[in-house]
Design a protein around this ligand. Structure first.
Ligand code: HEC
Ligand code: HEC
Length: 408
């Protein structure tokens, strides 16, 4: 099963994009949902071809796998959409457990770093072993991934201050990551040199394509042209290999590119309208130092997809790593990120968080905070000063700041 023509590349246009630009336009989206109130709307200003690609990828993102279509042998869930519900964040029940120990061989013998807690009939699910560090990761939203990807590395690097030269107590660091060699060189964020990590809770992934391929394999047990060998529970032995009878690779590169293009074309949800309280809240957001990490806007660079080129991305994040203190530490390094560091979480879609989680809200990397205020009060490390300034605000000012953040 080859994929050579997918990798030929067209005059410098990333291959996934090239496919997209060539896709047929028979499947036009005839009506658009109200984009501001959805987490799964396409960007505005897409061409008919781009819209058709969006619709095709949407189907793949929602597709539920079963043992008959390749699921497993071990897995965490059956579709991308099962964990990223309506393209927003997941619930604690969808969280992934990544285990860590300095002994790499031991880690692998347990089936780490990611533990697949489900298995198809005949296979054996993995369990988190006792005595290791476990990093519990709630699925983040996937909307606006293309805008995040289109922010030039130099823009992200410009906000980094690893040695805190400006003395504000905040030292954002880039997670420099060497991408795996199977990421086609035509994809944004491809190797062989270290690239700026921007996806994942510790910014440990540099491209949408890598995130997608690894999600297929690790989260669902679906092999692709990029990673054609099944992920197995090392404690199960070979008897269990026969449980998944579907030939590998289980989905072709074209399906992967469909999902990648879908994620690339997703719009961010719109923030709520302006009010006097929100205007005050926005000022306090800057005054208490939130904006030093939750940088309100970053700009995309040039891009072959017009809707992604030279856009202001109002993500409230610098996409950098910050030491967030003991309470939030997972003590489990990830690439260059240490056990106390996390990527500044973008603050958007919060206005609708409860609508998509049955009235609940789950914030921070493991979903432990149930309100925005609780999430802020758990900030430590580099954010300690900002957190303390927030805690010291008058009740009215605090309410205004929370209203502002909650309206993003
Ligand atoms: C079992 C639940 C689960 C499934 C299934 C799943 N994901 Fe995820 N996804 C996660 C978690 C958890 C993270 C955060 C991982 C981390 O930080 O280590 C994540 C992160 C991501 C991100 C990065 C978002 C960001 O801004 O950091 C993207 C994009 C993504 N997933 C896409 C997909 C796609 C595409 C699929 C299907 C092919 C998929 N996911 C399937 C749980 C899941
Ligand atoms: C030093 C950098 C830094 C500062 C300053 C900072 N934050 Fe954060 N913020 C982060 C990081 C990193 C996370 C992710 C922590 C985690 O998941 O454990 C985060 C997470 C959050 C979350 C949770 C979002 C979600 O979807 O889970 C909210 C809300 C938030 N911050 C609001 C604020 C507000 C409001 C302020 C100012 C009072 C502030 N932050 C100051 C870095 C910072």
């Amino acid at each position: 099963m080859g994929m050579p023509n997918l990798f030929r590349g067209l005059s410098g246009i990333p291959v996934g994009l090239a496919l997209l630009l060539q896709a047929g336009c028979s499947d036009l989206l005839t009506s658009t949902p109200d984009s501001g109130d959805q987490l799964d709307s396409p960007l505005e200003g897409l061409s008919a071809t781009e819209r058709a690609a969006f619709v095709r990828g949407d189907e793949e993102f929602a597709r539920r796998f079963s043992p008959a279509t390749g699921l497993g042998p071990i897995f965490n869930d059956v579709s991308c959409a099962a964990c990223h519900s309506a393209d927003g964040r997941g619930r604690p029940g969808n969280a992934l457990s990544r285990i860590g120990t300095p002994d790499e061989d031991m880690l692998r013998s347990w089936g780490g770093p990611q533990i697949q807690n489900r298995a198809i009939p005949g296979a054996l699910a993995e369990v988190v072993p006792a005595g290791v560090h476990v990093s519990v990761r709630l699925p983040p939203p996937v909307f606006a991934a293309g805008l995040i990807e289109a922010i030039p590395e130099a823009t992200i690097i410009a906000n980094a201050d690893p040695d805190d030269l400006d003395g504000d107590g905040i030292s954002g660091r880039v997670n420099w990551v060497v991408p795996p060699p199977w990421v086609p060189g035509t994809e944004p964020g491809a190797g062989p040199e270290p690239r700026v990590g921007r996806f994942g809770r510790k910014a440990q992934t540099t491209s949408i394509l890598q995130q997608t391929v690894e999600a297929y394999l690790q989260d669902m047990g679906i092999t692709t042209d990029f990673l054609p060998d099944e992920n197995r529970n090392p404690l199960a032995g070979h008897a269990h290999d026969a449980a998944d009878r579907i030939g590998d690779p289980e989905v072709p590169a074209g399906t992967v590119f469909a999902v990648v293009n879908y994620l690339r074309l997703l719009a961010p949800p719109a923030p709520g309208g302006p009010t006097a309280a929100r205007a005050l809240g926005e000022q306090l957001f800057a005054a208490t130092g939130c904006a030093a990490c939750h940088v309100p806007q970053l700009q995309t660079g040039p891009h072959p997809i017009g809707a992604l080129a030279h856009q202001g991305v109002t993500l409230y994040s610098d996409l950098l790593l910050h030491d967030m203190g003991d309470a939030l530490a997972d003590h489990r390094p990830d690439g260059d990120a240490d056990g106390r560091e996390w990527r500044t979480t973008p603050l958007w879609g919060l206005r609708m968080i409860r609508a998509y989680l049955n009235g609940d809200a789950f914030l921070l990397h493991d979903g432990r905070a149930r309100t925005i205020e609780e999430a802020i009060l758990l900030h430590g490390g580099e954010a300690q000063r900002s957190r303390d300034l927030f805690a010291g605000l008058s009740p009215a000012d605090r309410a205004a700041l929370l209203d502002f953040v909650g309206s993003r």
